[in-house]
Design a protein around this ligand. Structure first.
Ligand code: UTP
Length: 226
């Protein structure tokens, strides 16, 4: 199977949680050992937001803030690569065009951001499209897609499946500032829509969720295309 997994900011604490990173590595080890092709995309997390906010206060434009965010995602990708040990490829691709050459080595490929104006969810969608992934798992700090922002309204309900057009409508109404992408990045949804990528949003609170989603278990929120 060919898979792409986005590991969001929830895994990358301000003080990096080495135990959580190693646990994630262990969970994914078996999947790679079974011969599956895996691309992992690291998010920026709290450190990206901290640096972006400092740069903004210093007068940086949004694209400079984005570039700073990208650097942090790549630093997170490096930590993840180290946590994965021998199952990870040593090169972190920094251009999408490099990715097809990196996969297929039998090792997991780890990457961070690519270019300003998007989030790592868009990177994950582009990676899934270019590697013809059969599944994209988006690991986040909530259980999936909700009727409202569950951090703002505790009564928000988890949606078990949602049509891509509806997702795109929601995403288009959100903000697109550096460090401020919520669960839904419009570009990510657009790429998912055009490539009809089988996608599931799941929580990173339990590292086993990622494996469950890769194995086709019905958890989190599934994206529908018809
Ligand atoms: P993300 O916003 O994707 O990381 O990247 P995150 O906060 O870990 O993601 P979630 O919230 O858990 O899903 C951090 C920032 O880096 C810049 C953007 O400013 C983004 O908000 N970035 C990242 C880019 O500009 N381009 C990229 O390709 C990736």
């Amino acid at each position: 199977m060919r898979a792409v997994v986005k590991l969001g900011g929830a895994l990358f604490r301000r003080d990096p949680d080495v135990t959580a990173l190693k646990e994630m590595g262990k969970v994914l080890e078996g999947f790679v050992a079974e011969g599956n092709q895996l691309v992992l995309v690291a998010g920026g997390g709290e450190n990206a937001r901290t640096y972006i906010s400092a740069a903004r206060k210093l007068g940086a434009e949004e694209s400079t803030c984005d570039l700073l965010g990208i650097q942090i995602t790549r630093a997170n990708a490096e930590l993840l690569r180290l946590a994965l040990g021998s199952i990870a490829s040593s090169k972190i691709p920094t251009a999408l065009s490099d990715l097809p050459h990196c996969v297929g080595s039998g090792k997991a490929v780890v990457m961070g951001g690519l270019q300003p104006g998007q989030s790592t969810s868009a990177v994950a969608a582009l990676a899934a499209e270019i590697t013809r992934a059969e599944i994209l798992v988006n690991g986040t700090d909530v259980e999936g897609v909700y009727t409202e922002d569950p951090k703002k309204n505790p009564k928000a309900k988890l949606i078990r499946s949602v049509h891509v057009d509806k997702l795109l409508n929601w995403a288009m109404s959100g903000e697109v500032f550096a460090g401020r992408y919520e669960l839904l990045d419009p570009l990510a949804i657009k790429i998912m829509q055009r490539a009809r990528i089988a996608t599931r949003f799941v929580s990173l609170r339990d590292s086993g969720n990622i494996l469950d989603a890769l194995q086709g278990k019905d958890i989190g929120t599934r994206v529908l295309y018809s």
